[in-house]
Design a protein around this ligand. Structure first.
Ligand SMILES: C[S@@+](CC[C@H](N)C(=O)[O-])C[C@H]1O[C@@H](n2cnc3c(N)ncnc32)[C@H](O)[C@@H]1O
Length: 385
């Protein structure tokens, strides 16, 4: 039996894009109509969580025998088999890089040392089964304060031919991606960006809409770890949702792309300052700024209705430094991600609650996946009434 989401026909395209970005769409089963013809049954990958996060949680899940794809393109595993032979494929069955992340026309994947000698065959088989992919990069994890991925080009397609190990200088990693109908400029080799966080970003937008309804006017949103601004991309295209924006980050490369993105989304009057330092352009503050120092700027204090804290290892450290920025005279919401030990979720929940100005605040810590054998990566929502 295979899990399928039951999706109304007119919502299928957006749902497929979301499932693809998270790696949750089955690669071996195909989408097909239900008996009424009004819904499509969308098969989930076996790695997809059983309890899907919003907005996917509004669809029913049906367990039924899946229908195999009639794909003309070879799956990357069968392409690999033709290059290395069935014995080798079976020998390393659970070790091959089964999952990957798409960022524009690039594919990022992690590779285990045991199969590194087959790197060339892996690249060729992945590129053969994904003909739109221009560049395959090895993702060696995020590094340093800027949380930038350590990327190594493994294969570049030039005029239909694949060049292996092309070297970082020989490849273009700056690309445009589409999320929620908005184009985002990003370059994962110099500034953090992950296409895997779209469900979090959609949840931000749902919370933002609810907050605006409570407050009764467009809200002021602060994103002090904004990177190139993907969370804001999901908010600025909703009519009358956002009044003011604070978008800051420590990484000047991220801010340079953020300002380009903001110009596209909010109008051409967003001028970047020299060295990208934080500056105000009408209702938008953007620039390079250490989040530890934001509360030293009196103009920013007590102004914001929603804040996004996407720095999972340091959420709890930054929260008390950033709460003074919130407008506590009205309801406010803080959304983010937090890494904590499985056995300390209740304790963390209590500690976050104690920091809120209103004792009736609601803190939701939702473990989304294991970060390590002893820690979870949690989605955080704090609603201060
Ligand atoms: C996990 S990334 C999230 C980026 C962005 N919010 C996103 O979802 O794509 C964390 C970001 O925080 C920035 N950062 C780290 N420490 C910071 C600090 N003290 N002040 C401001 N930004 C910081 C990094 O440069 C990085 O861009």
């Amino acid at each position: 039996m295979n899990a399928h989401l039951i999706i109304p026909n007119h919502e299928v395209q957006a749902t497929i894009e979301l499932l693809l970005s998270e790696g949750w769409l089955s690669q071996t089963l195909r989408i097909h109509s239900d008996e009424s013809g009004e819904f499509r049954l969308v098969p989930l990958d076996s790695d997809a969580p059983r309890n899907l996060p919003p907005p996917l949680d509004r669809y029913h899940v049906l367990d039924k025998e899946g229908k195999p794809t009639q794909n003309r393109k070879p799956s990357w595993q069968s392409a690999l088999e033709s290059l290395v032979g069935i014995e080798i494929v079976e020998e390393y069955e659970s070790i091959w890089p089964a999952s990957h992340e798409f960022i524009g026309d690039m594919m990022l994947l992690k590779i285990e040392e045991e199969v590194r000698i087959y790197e060339e065959q892996i690249v060729k088989s992945k590129m053969e089964s994904h003909p739109h992919i221009r560049l395959v990069l090895e993702d060696r994890g995020v590094k340093g304060e800027f949380r930038v991925r350590d990327l190594r080009p493994m294969g570049l397609r030039i005029n239909g031919r694949i060049k292996v190990n092309p070297g970082l200088d020989a490849v273009q990693t700056r690309v445009e991606v589409k999320e929620s109908g908005q184009t985002i400029i990003c370059d994962p080799a110099v500034a953090y960006y992950s296409s895997r966080l779209q469900t979090e970003r959609i949840q931000n937008a749902i919370e933002a809409e609810e907050l605006r309804a409570k407050i009764g006017s467009p809200i002021a949103v602060a994103d002090p770890f904004c990177g190139v601004g993907p969370a804001l991309a999901h908010l600025v295209n909703r009519p009358n949702l956002v009044g003011q924006i604070l978008a800051s980050d420590l990484n000047p490369e991220a801010i340079s792309m953020l300002n380009e993105n903001l110009r596209r989304w909010c109008g051409s009057d967003i001028a970047g300052s020299s060295q990208g330092k934080l500056q105000r352009n009408n209702d938008v503050w953007s620039g390079v700024q250490d989040a530890r120092e934001l509360a030293e700027n009196p103009e920013l204090l007590g102004r914001w209705n929603m804040m996004i804290i996407n720095l999972p290892h340091s959420f709890a450290e930054f929260l008390p430094l950033l709460i003074p920025l919130m407008d506590a005279t009205k309801p406010f919401v803080i959304r983010g991600r937090l890494v904590c030990r499985h056995d300390e979720i209740t304790e963390n929940h209590q500690q976050l609650l104690e920091q809120m100005p209103n004792s009736n605040a609601q803190v939701v810590l939702d473990p989304r996946r294991d970060y390590s054998p002893i820690t979870s990566l949690c989605s955080v929502t704090i609603r201060n009434p």
